[in-house]
Design a protein around this ligand. Structure first.
Ligand SMILES: NC(=O)c1ccc[n+]([C@@H]2O[C@H](COP(=O)([O-])OP(=O)(O)OC[C@H]3O[C@@H](n4cnc5c(N)ncnc54)[C@H](OP(=O)(O)O)[C@@H]3O)[C@@H](O)[C@H]2O)c1
Length: 278
């Protein structure tokens, strides 16, 4: 397993995984995909043990209107006995989409001043913001070929996945945030990965730059490099964890967004658990 984390990574995969985290000297990052079936028994066992000594902490998820972010936000609210969840979204429309509650703030991660207030007073930050490529109009699948993509002005990966994530990490450091979980992507070991050519955005390059910035920040962190995301039910398939894109050489390269959302929350248990085994 591959985890870059100075806090344990108590996911449902295995204890051996957990030990490996502490045996490496260079940061290694978890890359996730999933196969059938999930070992639900293990998941339950970990959750129950780890939950025993939690104190309520305030956790902010950014990109809370996004497809994975909104699942994390919902999970935090469902666990309101353990967490005071907050969300950061970019627009009023996104805020309404996830219920419009007072714990959802509107801000733009590209502007440091707009996110500082929501980061004040939080214990942990889950970063799920990302530049989103748009398909160029006019693509007709019936004619074959591949669609072309672009990024809107001011919303390319350098501005969102690098500057935007950096702004969040800086604000978190200034506010004394105790832990950051960042979702990245598989594929970053290969500059020629097709994702880098989407809209000429080099998205994986900028994501990696932000990951390194987080790793160098001094804040305890967990970086999750997800495989291809699917809008499927979570808790069904067994999670696979690899490193250095080794899972891309297998046939298992996808994961449900709901599973990624759960993996974002699981490291919070580790941080707050007084027993260093968790
Ligand atoms: N798609 C895949 O198969 C795949 C594979 C591996 C990893 N990943 C990564 O996994 C993560 C989650 O993916 P996802 O598909 O669930 O995310 P998503 O739905 O694309 O959500 C991204 C979120 O970022 C927000 N955002 C973008 N720019 C912002 C800004 N300037 N200020 C504030 N918020 C901003 C967006 O807000 P708006 O709603 O306002 O646009 C959106 O809610 C991303 O980092 C993604 O790159 C994706």
């Amino acid at each position: 397993m591959a985890a870059v984390t100075r806090v344990p990574f108590p996911n449902p995969i295995s204890i051996a995984t957990h030990k490996c985290v502490h045996s490496i000297s260079r940061p290694r990052l978890p890359e996730l995909s999933a196969i059938f079936p999930l070992n639900a028994k293990k998941l339950r066992r970990f959750s129950v043990v780890a939950m025993a000594d939690l104190s309520k902490s305030t956790v902010l998820v950014t990109g809370a209107g996004g497809r994975t972010g909104q699942i994390v936000y919902k999970k935090l609210r469902e666990r309101s006995d353990q967490y005071a969840g907050r969300g950061l979204v970019r627009t009023q429309e996104s805020k309404e989409k996830i219920g419009g509650s007072d714990d959802v703030y509107i801000g733009d991660i590209r502007t440091a001043e707009s996110i500082a207030p929501v980061i004040q007073g939080i214990d942990a930050l889950i970063i799920l913001t990302s530049a989103v490529p748009k398909m160029k109009p006019g693509f007709d699948p019936s004619k074959g070929g591949r669609p072309e993509f672009y990024f809107e002005d001011g919303a390319n990966p350098e501005e969102v996945d690098w500057i935007g994530q950096k702004n969040q990490i800086d604000a978190a450091k200034a506010a004394g945030v105790k832990q950051i979980v960042l979702v990245g992507s598989m594929g970053g070991t290969d500059l020629n990965n097709p994702l880098n050519s989407l809209g000429n955005g080099n998205i994986l390059v900028w994501k990696r730059k932000a990951e390194q910035y987080l790793a160098d920040s001094g804040i305890p962190y967990t970086i999750i490099r997800a495989g291809g995301l699917q809008d499927k039910e979570g808790g069904v398939r067994e999670l696979l964890v690899g490193k250095d894109d080794e899972l891309l050489k297998t046939e298992t390269r996808t994961i449900a967004r709901a599973d990624v959302a759960e993996v974002c929350i699981q490291p919070l248990y580790g941080y707050h658990h007084p027993n260093p085994r968790f």
